[in-house]
Design a protein around this ligand. Sequence first.
Ligand SMILES: NC(=O)c1ccc[n+]([C@@H]2O[C@H](COP(=O)([O-])OP(=O)(O)OC[C@H]3O[C@@H](n4cnc5c(N)ncnc54)[C@H](OP(=O)(O)O)[C@@H]3O)[C@@H](O)[C@H]2O)c1
Length: 390
Amino acid sequence: MRDRFPEARRRDRIAGGDPENGGRPARATEVPGVAVRPGYSVSRIIKGGWQLSGDHGAVDADRAIFDMVRFVDAGVIAFDCADIYAGVEEMIGRFRAVLARTRGRDALDRVKVHTKYVPDRDSLAGLTLRDVEASIDRSLMRLGLDRLDLVQFHWWDYAVSGYVDAAAHLGALRDKGKIDLIGVTNFDAERLAELCGAIDVATAQVQYSLLDRRASEDFAALAKGKQVSLFAYGVLAGGFLSDVWLGRPDPGFDFDNRSLVKYRLIIEEFGGWALFQDLLATLRAVADRNGSDVSAVALRVTLDSPDVAATIVGSRYANRLRRILRAFEIELGSGDRREIEAVRRRSTGPRGPVYGLEREVEGRHGRIMKYNLNNGDDRLARVARQGEVA
Ligand SMILES: NC(=O)c1ccc[n+]([C@@H]2O[C@H](COP(=O)([O-])OP(=O)(O)OC[C@H]3O[C@@H](n4cnc5c(N)ncnc54)[C@H](OP(=O)(O)O)[C@@H]3O)[C@@H](O)[C@H]2O)c1
């Protein structure tokens, strides 16, 4: 009989299951784990936090917090957030308290919280150790932690020097016991190499999906050589890589949900709406053969990439959980992969370094960014909104 959980059997396991089954973990689907550093493992699915910060539709905070416990019950033990995701570090702090109360100290100790240090664009010049420490202390307080598990460092503008110094400040705070691991997000290969020369970089969070492979090849090879684990976001392209969009006419670029704007622009770089529909139709055919759905196949393809240690999936609540876990219940055959690659080979982009398009402040990807969220100052984005998004 065919092994339905080949990957789960290959990798070390993280206990979990479906709590909807009698209120106890039923261990229906095992979520595999991956070691980032000795003694530091995460589930290969990390629950994203951006979708809880507003900008993606209304959020019922109590429901979102309760549902985080359900993700843990299912074996998803890592949570991604950021100092700039408004209110999300606090929500995760509340979730940790609920988890300890309802599932016990052992469950809490297994959970990893990955936040980000994203200094405002306007504050980059002249950041001091004190500035960095104040931000880290604020995250510690919001999350109710004595030490941050992983801090992923972002820098808006390479033209402003200081990112190596800021990373070194994070290193000093790790030495002081306030941080366990340091990672980076959205740096390109050149800067990743520079940062690896200054500190121990454990992880790199980048966009990596069926639509966006800018982080493959050079970036991925460098990361592998430096023992930097790659965490992929954009895996479902904000929900575009799902059955919801199959056969739908081009919606244009005007969405209230900011991540749909972001990924609609990526679809344009990929080759446009018609090619995207070809990709969805191919994923649907593969899903039919696997008794699955488009989002599970999209997730499976990225999880199968040797470049990728773990994928970060955004979903506000646990209603998506069953579908997300389906990715671990399917195995793609060589024919499936060939068909998907045939569509991918027709794509025209996105091209260039990791996060290169997004760094062009006046470009259509850069214009939708919010650059000074820690200060509540959205000046650049306001300027940008005066122009067209696409
Ligand atoms: N470092 C960075 O610059 C950066 C950038 C983007 C994201 N991230 C991180 O990555 C996480 C994931 O964000 P993402 O941008 O990569 O989004 P994503 O995971 O590609 O997509 C998430 C969106 O897809 C929807 N969705 C999930 N499963 C679905 C399904 N089966 N069918 C239809 N829709 C589905 C969710 O809707 P619901 O909300 O309704 O569940 C959510 O709005 C973020 O939360 C954040 O932690 C980091």
